[in-house]
Design a protein around this ligand. Structure first.
Ligand SMILES: Cc1cc2nc3c(=O)[nH]c(=O)nc-3n(C[C@H](O)[C@H](O)[C@H](O)COP(=O)(O)OP(=O)(O)OC[C@H]3O[C@@H](n4cnc5c(N)ncnc54)[C@H](O)[C@@H]3O)c2cc1C
Length: 401
């Protein structure tokens, strides 16, 4: 008999939420994670040395009270009281070399009919540019909304499906509208990974996956694992590669989803060395970066932190640090190995027609004890990942082991 009921590859929020649901249902779960930490895109860098105690987000930065499935999980592990409301600071645009307020960049006469157009707007089957360009008008779209949407999903948003960008969801009134946690959003992953019924092996990259009758085998560099069911909770390109030998058609479908790369650089500075007003972040227009995400939403008395999410392949490391220094109006030599951190993030570049793609993938999965979850199904937000994991676990449970 297989050692585990469910083997989960990847300890990002998709894999961890799947593990949570399965463990709560009494399944014997094992998670394998390539990295040395849980969280994937929930990546809160915690500094040491002179910056000890300060952290900044290299990936996701905000949860919301509309994240019902995530909140239900946090509630079930008694962690709701750890949510910290985001400080009320606003986003601004960084355009033509200066920080500008968003209203100053809007054309209000073009916006007059936007509420009516919004009511009539059809998102399904339309791209972000097509749908929102019509609602807010072409000038507003180019000046404000396009850069803002690029910033939200850290990639060119124009061709992204409009119905995968913002999903209306009910809001819980008993939790902060926007939140983080002490030491950053990665704490969500740390909490789940710390549950005794969710064993995780770190530094264990899955290299090969195969079927053994109805069960599954997985090979890592350090050993082999057998399980009655398998869940891939990795970025889509990794899932495609792992499925190539045993599920070639599924792998070919996954390979059709392109990957958008984001080159993220976080910097921390003493608060008195930064003249930029308090901001939630900056939206780059015609810039080398999509956005700058600020730690001002979780203010610190001594330091400020900023993560620049750069467009890929535009600037080298030195070019990025020069641009950061210019935007923050700080000397270049204010940055060194002690206060600069980098990470490459990868996100799926979804396209119109994605719903049909998901339906086809779900048809191929039906009846199999193979589950696929991640940010390439419902959408890229954390809640979308948790929602997908819940649906996939319910399917496995209905099918039975
Ligand atoms: C810069 C940025 C900002 C964002 N901001 C927000 C935000 O504010 N709010 C929001 O809701 N969403 C945000 N998102 C989106 C959201 O964070 C992600 O879509 C989500 O966290 C993805 O979770 P995941 O578990 O599906 O994938 P990942 O987080 O990518 O996790 C996949 C895991 O699989 C592991 N893995 C990969 N290959 C293997 C292998 N072969 N074997 C074992 N393990 C493997 C990886 O190491 C990783 O831990 C942001 C994303 C980015 C990049």
């Amino acid at each position: 008999m297989a050692d585990h009921d469910l083997l989960i590859i990847g300890a990002g929020i998709s894999g961890l939420s799947m593990a949570h649901d399965a463990a709560r249902a009494g399944w014997r779960v094992q998670v394998l994670e390539a990295d040395q930490r849980p969280g994937g895109c929930l990546c809160s860098h915690r500094f040491g040395g002179a910056l000890d105690g300060f952290w900044l987000e290299l990936g996701a930065h905000s949860g919301f009270n509309s994240y019902g499935n995530l909140l239900a999980i946090l509630e079930s592990v008694r962690a709701l009281d750890r949510l910290q409301p985001r400080a009320k600071v606003s986003f601004r645009l960084f355009a033509d070399g200066a920080v500008r307020s968003i209203p100053s960049q809007l054309n209000f006469s073009e916006l007059l009919l936007a509420p009516f157009r919004l009511l009539r707007a059809k998102k399904a089957g339309h791209s972000v540019a097509d749908c929102y360009g019509r609602i807010v008008g072409p000038r507003n779209y180019a000046a404000v909304f396009e850069p803002a949407f690029d910033a939200v999903i850290c990639q060119p948003a124009a061709e992204f499906p409009a119905d995968c960008l913002f999903r209306p969801r009910p809001r819980r009134k008993d939790v902060p509208r926007g939140f983080t946690l002490p030491d950053g959003l990665q704490t969500v992953a740390d909490i789940l990974a710390g549950q005794s019924d969710i064993p995780i092996e770190f530094g264990q990259a899955a290299r090969e996956v195969w079927r053994a009758g109805e069960d599954f085998g997985v090979r890592t560099d350090r050993g082999e694992y057998a399980a009655r069911a398998l869940c891939l909770a990795t970025p889509v390109a990794v899932a495609a590669e792992l499925l190539r030998a045993e599920f070639p058609e599924l792998a070919a479908a996954l390979a059709r989803i392109r990957t958008a790369t984001v080159e993220s650089v976080g910097v921390a500075l003493p608060a008195d060395r930064v003249s930029l007003p308090l901001v939630a972040g900056l939206i780059g227009r015609n810039e080398t970066f999509y956005s700058v995400v600020s730690r001002d939403t979780a203010p610190d008395a001594r330091h400020r932190g900023f993560t620049f999410h750069f467009r890929p392949g535009v600037l080298d490391e030195e070019g990025k640090l020069n641009r950061i220094a210019q935007v923050l109006n700080a000397p270049r030599d204010a940055f060194d190995a002690g206060n600069v951190v980098s990470q490459v993030n990868r996100l799926p570049a979804l396209r119109v027609g994605h719903g049909d793609w998901v339906s086809a993938v779900d048809r191929a999965l039906a009846g199999n004890r193979l589950a696929l979850t991640g940010n390439y199904f419902v959408g890229v937000a954390i809640e979308d990942c948790v929602t997908r994991s819940r649906r996939e676990f319910e399917r496995l449970r209905r099918q039975g082991l």
